[in-house]
Design a protein around this ligand. Structure first.
Ligand SMILES: *[C@@H]1O[C@H](CO)[C@@H](O)[C@H](O)[C@H]1NC(C)=O
Ligand SMILES: *[C@@H]1O[C@H](CO)[C@@H](O)[C@H](O)[C@H]1NC(C)=O
Length: 434
């Protein structure tokens, strides 16, 4: 089948042109052999005509190494509690914050201040200097303001900030994944959707239709706005409900079934139809990503008839994996953590956070010098497993602020604290899993 042919082709291409050295991860080859992480060769190849193709990452020499931009376009209070506080709202979600400000213009200017300053152009050059090649950007449906109902309270004016940030990522030479992280009606009960809805309302035609409009809008933007020329992947929805949440079983079963048999195939066609209307060539089409089966919402591809440039998103927070609260056990677990299954799959969210009940004890405190070696090795173990058994990883998250102050959730801080080295390839020489 098509996917396997590409896999074979890519592995022949890469094996034929490069010798394997643990460490040669910075190069990402396109299907026709252009090094997509090298800005000069990109330029020579005509960057604007070429879409990054994650299906070319199907081996551990071309892994995605990325960070999420959590709390930028969807503020999550636990990641940056200073932000809502600075707006004068004592809220857990954007919806509640905007409602409590009760002045749309004021809410807009507060959020615009955040979008325009919390992450800057320098962050992207810093990412590249740390050997990262990818950013995953969570976005809410309210960035397309025409689909927001009058009863829904969200900040406005975000689109131009999104365009600017995506452009900065492109200028730095980063591959970009855009994810519908806050779906209309909310796909989950958590504030990462932008709202706190105890009965997620996403799973029906009304909200699916709004999501299709959002995906068409984003697809058009990706193919017509030059700032988006390194956006290669669009994720249909982040972390929908999952079946092993037994207490909610009947409604969750119906919701995830409908997502897989209606939303995924229709969303897929809407994106491809939008690309056909724009006459986008097949090698410039977007990869379409869905949560991997391991997430727990069922098999994402069960009702899809076309899998060309399909990709899967695997979130792995070992913190919640029930591993014994012992450092060797953590490292052993991650060294043996095989994330393979669907292909290609990316570990699109993970962190260095450990079990909540022990995380700030002396034995696990990441700021104590005697614990840093553990965190470095555990980081290395995760990096190696996610590059060997998946096609790479995207850390959650690049930056936090406020009282969280925990490098285990903050890549930038983890580098400063000496938990993550600036040479990612050194993961392979630390002896973490030997
Ligand atoms: C990047 O591409 C340019 C132009 O193709 C080439 O001359 C240069 O050697 C490449 N750099 C690396 C590090 O591969
Ligand atoms: C991971 O599991 C897959 C599927 O069972 C297997 O093919 C692969 O060899 C495993 N990888 C490692 C590194 O054990």
């Amino acid at each position: 089948m098509r996917l396997n042919q590409y896999a074979l082709f890519t592995s022949l291409l890469v094996c034929g042109s490069l010798a394997w050295l643990p460490g040669e991860h910075r190069q990402i080859l396109s299907r026709d052999g252009v090094d997509l992480f090298n800005r000069s060769s990109l330029h020579e190849a005509g960057l604007l005509k070429k879409r990054y193709l994650p299906h070319d990452y199907g081996n551990d020499k071309n892994a995605i190494r990325g960070v999420n931009l959590g709390s930028l376009f969807i503020v999550e209070n636990w990641l940056s509690d200073d932000v809502f506080k600075g707006f004068g709202c004592n809220s857990k979600s954007e919806f509640d914050c905007v409602s409590s400000i009760n002045d749309q213009a004021k809410a807009n200017s507060n959020f615009q201040g955040h979008w325009g300053s919390w992450i800057t152009k320098d962050d992207f050059t810093q990412m590249v200097s740390y050997g990262l090649n990818t950013v995953r950007i969570p976005v809410g449906y309210w960035f397309l303001e025409s689909i927001v109902d009058k009863s829904e309270h969200f900040p406005q004016g975000g689109e131009q900030y999104l365009d600017e940030v995506v452009g900065w990522a492109k200028d730095a030479g980063l591959y970009v994944i855009i994810v519908l992280h806050g779906a209309p009606g909310a796909q989950a009960t958590d504030a990462f959707t932008g709202q706190l809805n105890s009965n997620p309302g996403f799973y029906g035609d009304y909200n699916y239709n709004r999501a299709y409009q959002w995906l068409e809008w984003m697809t058009n933007k990706v193919h017509t706005n030059p700032a988006y020329s390194t956006v290669g992947m669009l994720e249909l929805v982040n972390e929908p409900e999952r079946l092993f949440d037994a207490s909610k079983y009947p409604s969750v079963q119906a919701n995830t079934d409908s997502m897989r048999n209606t939303y995924y195939p229709t969303a897929w066609s809407k994106i491809r139809d939008a690309e056909s209307s724009l006459k986008v060539s097949s090698d410039s089409q977007l990869s379409i990503q869905m949560m991997d089966q391991k997430w727990g919402s069922g098999d994402p591809k069960q009702y899809l008839t076309d899998l060309y440039l399909a990709a899967y998103d695997d979130h792995q927070y070992v913190k919640y994996a029930g591993v014994a609260e012992d450092k060797d056990a953590y490292i052993k677990f991650s060294c043996g953590d095989n994330r393979s299954g669907n292909w290609p799959v990316f570990v699109g969210e993970w962190s260095l956070s450990v079990a909540t009940d022990v995380q700030w004890t002396d034995a696990w405190n990441p700021n104590r010098d005697e614990n840093k070696d553990f965190y470095r090795k555990w980081w290395a173990a995760q990096v190696m497993s996610y590059e060997k058994t998946a096609q790479g990883w995207v850390f959650w998250t690049w930056k936090t602020s406020g009282s969280l102050n925990d490098p285990r959730w903050d890549y930038k801080m983890a580098v400063s604290a000496g938990l993550i080295p600036t040479d990612i390839d050194s993961a392979y020489t630390m002896g973490a899993c030997s």
